[in-house]
Design a protein around this ligand. Sequence first.
Ligand SMILES: [Cu+2]
Length: 315
Amino acid sequence: MSLLAPVEGWYAKKVARDEKMWMLISFVLCLMLFVWMLLWHVYGEQNPSNVTYRTTPVEFSRLHEAYIKKNMIGIDNGVPVVKPEPKSDVFFMGEMWRWSPALILQKGEWYNLHISSKDLMHGFSLQPVNMNFQVYPGYDYVLHFKPTEAGEYKVLCNEFCGIGHHTMIGKIVVIENDEDLKKYGYDFPEKSAVPAPGTDTAPATATEVAPASAEADIKAGELVYTLKGCVACHKTDGTAQLAPAWNGLFGKKEKVKENGKEIEVTVDEAYIRESIVTPQQKVTVGYEQTVMPVFALNDEEIRQVTAFVKSLQNK
Ligand SMILES: [Cu+2]
């Protein structure tokens, strides 16, 4: 309550002339903006298409993985690279903590980008053009779009999604012609030999790679690493911010906590298997804040991934 009561009849004061004028101006401005909004929607081509399907994280991950296996042309820092056909359906997924695949698109062509999340809500923020969408698990958001300018774009996550949120950066490269590919370091001469897309000899799944040689196992293991998204947390260049790095891991003595007790283990085949099948059994000291998800890898995939980890022993 104020100390002094307001002057009697204060509310009945006449509105001044210039005040009325300002009210009129702002009202007209509101109306104009309203009309513009409709015009921009129809003629501005500013608003994205609004088609959304119901899905489940499991279903979408399955489609996403199958899509990448069929179409990948190489690997960029552990992330699969796809160069989709114009007008085709592209599956793009966010998960803790990466976007995949990296995309190479042709300027001036239309694409149907299906976007969803495998786990939590993420934010698709295309930079530097600053287009933003929320990405929910359980919804397949279809973005029908045509890139109009060549260049390298980044997909940042703009919904805080945990300790590795800031590392969640995807890549979309828009090219004018295939010559441009080299400019972005996307020239995959020997890498495309891993899973050459669409050829009869290409393995349909990572597990179908002939385990003929140790070399094939390592390649298949790298594919598991890329497709299943281990790369989102485990790096192979020694950076170990979110999870233990895989280079130099095999044979290393690791301090882990089991049932609250700290013990030392040697990283061998059995320990790697246990870490994948029951990640919470032995939690590596120093990484308690990140929770490693349970991945349903089959025995073959575990064997291959172990071969890949082993191959990084002296790196
Ligand atoms: Cu995120």
